[in-house]
Write a protein that binds this ligand. Structure first.
Ligand SMILES: [Zn+2]
Length: 581
């Protein structure tokens, strides 16, 4: 008995010493990887370009010429000959909804829809597989991206799916079938009565609801008709998505409207060693209800354990929704939208929807600032951008905001004044060029070219000394180009450099195009700054984490139109190869 115990102990001791020996061999001091003969774009302060880089474990230890770096080679060093290829810091997407996007097609695939016919076919196909009475809810197919540029009408939805309540929702707005209206108790007499925003459009002649809801989708009484994912399903799909991020060179993201369940999922992934990107989270806070309660909720986020999270996962701030969307005719503009069939706007004075009035926004931003939390809000129209910046300016008078890196999520429509304020206050617009790519056609048709002068005005922001951070607003589906919105960062960079767009001739205000160097900063160090990751990511410098990518295209010399087609050959995250083509 005793000798068996001793024998087992001996086995353990010898195993342990083997482990220790191998640790010593793989080496604290050993250089694990040397990249050489490449064009390593460091994105350091001087935007220097080096030939070689040495990595130890998960950190960069040296960058420089081939000779000096190769001299660092030790017994266990892996050598990677770049053969002249370009290396960039891992790319960062400053605004995604990865947890939601991963689940979009869990129940069934959702095809690409380019027309009303595509949309109605989808409702028809769903009606065939669902039981009568089951809800069909299609989310975030933007009408401005449909050829006809309109909602499916209540009558069309009734005709294609007469026995199923049908809802077509995009952003804050929706179009409902007669059955969906009825089950949601939206009739002639309906009024928004919960103190929140929005309204149901009514026929001016009959007073009946047209089926279009603006800013009050919370009244839709839909019941889920899709299968319920398990915790395991959510985990697996999110991991599949994050691995797809790796395949396009993304090594850091900001979950731009995170809830508790999302954070738990990321935490589990981190605990298991599966997490292939650094995650910064902006925590979702509701802004309806008593202001004291909202402030309490903000203070609670400040106490959340993940506020003290590490470089892999951390809450950086909070996120609200300040206005509607530009794809749905509800962004809050400084001038009237103008009467429009596409956006179903009949009131010539209509300026869009502002969800948080100033007297509520001020204490919300003040509280976040006092708690040391970054504040950001979904803010699309120039009226909303001004409203937010005015509040930032006022809070800044008593509680400086610069170090908190408050953001403006989207910040699509700006003005010379707002560009100026952004740089003065150190506020970071989080901008998604894919929207320019997909939506320039409709916006130009609606607003005319001149009113788009300061649409995503990246060059002006850079020129004013401001910092803008790139991203996608990825919210649906997996696949870097088929997703809504496409999260391929090279499409984003290409669009920011060319200002060229889908179904649109020429360039949209090329005077706002940025240089390639700026486009690279926009997807690396600027995002790292916005996400508070700049001390350890966003550039390739000794001491930083080894998050980097190898490309098939030289972004600094290729034709401008080729930037968007760039392929990632390898993605290294935290010193590990996580993707190889
Ligand atoms: Zn978003």
């Amino acid at each position: 008995m005793k000798s068996a115990f001793v024998a087992r102990l001996c086995v353990w001791v010898s195993l342990l010493s083997m482990v220790l020996a191998s640790v010593a061999f793989a080496g604290e001091s050993d250089i694990t990887l040397i990249l050489h003969d490449g064009r390593i774009v460091t994105v350091d302060a001087g935007f220097s370009i080096a030939q070689a880089m040495a990595v130890r474990g998960n950190r960069i230890v040296a960058i420089g010429g081939n000779e000096e770096i190769r001299r660092l080679k030790t017994a266990g060093t892996e050598l990677l000959d770049l053969e002249g290829r370009m290396v960039l810091p891992g790319l960062i997407d400053s605004h995604v909804h990865a947890c939601d996007a991963a689940m979009t097609e869990f129940d069934h695939p959702i095809p690409q829809m380019d027309s009303i016919t595509d949309v109605l076919n989808y409702f028809g196909d769903r009606a065939k597989v669902l039981e009568d009475g089951q809800w069909i809810v299609l989310q975030q197919v933007f009408i401005t991206r449909l050829r006809e540029q309109r909602y499916p009408t209540r009558q069309e939805l009734d005709a294609i799916a007469p026995q199923n309540p049908a809802v077509f929702r995009t952003g804050p707005d929706a179009s409902l079938s007669t059955l969906a209206l009825k089950l949601s108790h939206i009739d002639k007499d309906f009024r928004v009565s919960d103190g929140g925003p929005g309204y149901a459009e009514k026929d001016p002649q009959t007073g009946e609801p047209t089926g279009i809801l603006r800013g009050c989708n919370r009244y839709i009484a839909d019941r889920d008709s899709e299968k319920t994912p398990t915790e395991r399903d959510r985990y697996d799909r999110l991991l599949t998505l994050l691995k797809d991020y790796s395949s396009v060179g993304i090594t850091g993201i900001c979950e731009g409207d995170a809830g508790e369940a999302d954070l738990q999922l990321y935490q589990k992934m981190l605990d298991r060693g599966d997490l292939p990107v650094r995650v910064a989270a902006q925590y979702h806070i509701d802004t309806i209800g008593p202001i004291g309660q909202i402030q309490d909720n903000i203070r609670r986020v400040a106490q959340h354990p993940l506020r003290r999270g590490g470089p892999m996962l951390r809450i950086i701030g909070i996120k609200n929704y300040l206005d509607g969307g530009m794809l749905t005719g509800s962004a809050y503009m400084s001038q009237p939208w103008g009467v429009s069939k596409v956006y179903a706007i009949t009131d010539p004075n209509y300026r869009g929807v502002l969800f948080i009035p100033r007297d509520r926004l001020l204490p919300i931003v003040q509280t976040a600032t006092e708690c040391g939390l970054q504040y950001t809000a979904h803010t699309v129209g120039d009226g909303a951008v001004h409203a937010l910046l005015d509040v930032y300016e006022e809070v800044d008078r008593t509680t400086p905001i610069r170090n908190l890196r408050h953001c403006i999520t989207h910040s699509n429509f700006m003005s010379p004044e707002s560009i100026d304020k952004v740089s003065k206050l150190g506020v970071i617009p989080l901008i998604q060029p894919a929207w320019l790519y997909l939506d320039a056609r409709t916006l130009n048709m609606h607003f005319g070219y001149e009113r788009l002068r300061y649409f995503q005005p990246l060059r002006s922001i850079f020129a004013a000394g401001g910092i803008a951070a790139g991203g996608s607003d990825h919210m649906q589906k997996i696949g870097s180009l088929r997703a809504i919105n496409p999260y391929n960062p090279f499409l984003g960079m290409g669009t920011a450099v060319t200002r060229k767009a889908k179904w649109y001739d020429g360039q949209l205000h090329p005077e706002e195009a940025i240089s390639r160097e700026q486009a690279i900063r926009f997807y690396t160090i600027h995002c790292a700054l916005a996400l508070f990751q700049d001390e350890y990511a966003g550039s390739l410098e000794p001491g930083k984490f080894a998050d980097f990518i190898v490309l098939d295209t030289d972004l600094l010399t290729c034709p401008e139109d080729a930037i968007k087609d760039t392929q990632v050959l390898r993605t290294y995250f935290d010193g590990r190869l996580v993707f190889k083509r």
